[in-house]
Ligand binder design. Structure first.
Ligand code: ZN
Length: 207
């Protein structure tokens, strides 16, 4: 591994994780991270580092050092996660959520468990891969990355932050699977949510 525990942790934060035993967290296959009381990144385990290196590369590790505003990665889902995380922090309650994180070739689903740390000191977030398999034939018809078919009038390409499909320019409700843009989104990509993902996974919070 590239970084030591100290390099992956806010100073003094391991003490807040005592109940979870940092040694154990380090050995997990799961991707684990912790947030402090301000929802800043406070710790990542080796599994998180490994997942980052396998997927988006080393720049993710540089972009999100301890103290970073890691929720910025959530794009349009930020208010959803922030609302639930703050609720866990304030009330000392647990929360769980399932989400997709497909690669260009494989369907992947993760289960997220959020545990409050003592005295509102932060959250521990464990991400377990629950499904990983190649896409079934015809499950996601592959489309080519043709910018003119997908660039919206404002010049942006909108990719669903959950399923990674891309919205067509001429049909608002049509979202297509473009593996080339999952592998490397164009610079003018913006995060959005397709209708099914919005309705199924991110319904507006109930009062
Ligand atoms: Zn979607």
């Amino acid at each position: 591994m590239v970084l030591s525990v100290e390099q992956r942790c806010l100073t003094g934060f391991p003490e807040r994780l005592v109940a979870f035993e940092v040694d154990q967290l380090e050995r997990l296959e799961d991707s684990v991270y912790a947030l402090d009381g301000y929802l800043r990144l406070a710790y990542v385990n080796q599994g998180w580092e490994r997942f980052a290196l396998e997927n988006d590369g080393a720049e993710v590790l540089e972009q999100y050092p301890p103290g970073a505003d890691v929720l910025s990665v959530c794009g349009p889902l930020r208010p959803f996660y922030e609302t639930h995380f703050r609720h866990c922090l304030e009330h000392g309650t647990r929360w769980a959520h399932d989400y997709e994180c497909p690669s260009p070739e494989r369907y992947r689903r993760f289960h997220m468990d959020v545990y409050p740390l003592p005295r509102h000191g932060g959250l521990l977030i464990v991400n377990t891969r629950s499904v990983e398999r190649p896409f079934d034939k015809g499950e996601r018809p592959v489309r080519d990355p043709v910018e003119s078919e997908y660039a919206q009038p404002n010049g942006l390409i909108v990719q669903c932050s959950h399923c990674r499909r891309v919205q067509r320019a001429d049909r608002e409700l049509q979202w297509d699977w473009i593996p080339a843009w999952v592998h490397e989104p164009p610079a003018n990509t913006s995060g959005g949510l397709c209708r099914p993902c919005y309705g199924l996974h991110y319904p507006p919070p109930l009062d």
